[in-house]
Design a binder for this molecule. Structure first.
Ligand SMILES: C[S@@+](CC[C@H](N)C(=O)[O-])C[C@H]1O[C@@H](n2cnc3c(N)ncnc32)[C@H](O)[C@@H]1O
Length: 230
């Protein structure tokens, strides 16, 4: 086992201590969405979980969670779901939300492929994709989080008028994503190939990966894809 993969100290006990913030944990290695949705259907009741009817936004691949913590503190009238497949990684934002007493964030420690098992149809106002793993187009296109297979799922989860907000440093992946959005009938808004052209916009929350790429002088691409309804 490499250093990178080593579990954090007291990992299980620390996960257990955060379990009230964790709505779902690991549906194994299931990749087939239809099979997963049928086998593990456990839809989250947002009103029960958050105690209100505020809009709900989801971040897929939250990593260490700096983005979701900052956004949740700024937008207290929105409920946030943070999804991350790596349990060793999600422990960091789980503990941070606990430490900071942030009340409008809950976590899903599952693969994005399993989302339809947990999220009710047409219940989300926004989906954030921040620096999703680009994966090589050749051989892995269907696993990219903006492949049309995923976009069709997001269309089922988003409310009409809801939007996907994507940032990436990877130009090829960005252009692939734009083609996929168009093919699936999303309307594109606020598209930029250089978000930081005139410095960081005051509304933009810089993620951990974004900070790395800014320091290396790489341009950040961003787009919003609006779901227009069927
Ligand atoms: C490159 S990191 C970006 C992390 C963070 N969003 C940021 O901008 O700093 C991508 C994250 O997405 C997670 N991820 C990748 N594919 C996923 C999937 N299919 N389901 C859930 N999480 C996934 C990875 O484990 C990783 O933590």
């Amino acid at each position: 086992m490499s250093m990178r993969m080593r579990k954090k100290r007291n990992f299980e006990a620390r996960m257990e201590a955060c379990k009230d913030l964790l709505l779902a944990r690991g549906a194994g290695g299931i990749l087939n969405m239809k099979e997963a949705a049928e086998t593990y259907r456990a839809l989250v009741d947002f009103r029960e979980v958050f105690g209100n009817d505020n809009p709900v936004a989801l971040e897929i691949g939250c990593g260490k969670g700096g983005f979701i913590c900052a956004l949740a503190k700024r937008e207290q009238g929105v409920n946030f779901l943070a999804l991350e497949k790596m349990s060793n990684v999600i422990l960091t934002p789980l503990e941070e939300v606990r430490l900071q007493g942030i009340e409008n964030v809950r976590f899903l420690n599952i693969r994005a492929e399993c989302l339809p098992c947990y999220i009710p149809e047409h219940s989300l106002d926004a989906i954030y994709l921040n620096f999703s793993t680009p994966l090589p187009k050749l051989g892995y296109a269907t696993q990219r989080l903006t492949h049309r297979g995923f976009l069709e799922t997001y269309k089922k989860l988003l409310k009409k008028g809801g939007r996907i907000l994507q940032k990436t440093d990877d130009r090829e992946f960005f252009e692939f994503s734009i083609e996929e959005y168009k093919a699936c009938g999303f309307r594109l808004e606020n598209l930029t190939y250089n978000l930081h052209e005139n410095g960081n916009p005051d509304w933009n929350i810089v993620t951990e990966y974004e900070q790395k790429w800014i320091e290396r002088g790489l341009p950040i691409h961003r787009v919003e894809a609006v779901y227009l309804g069927e």
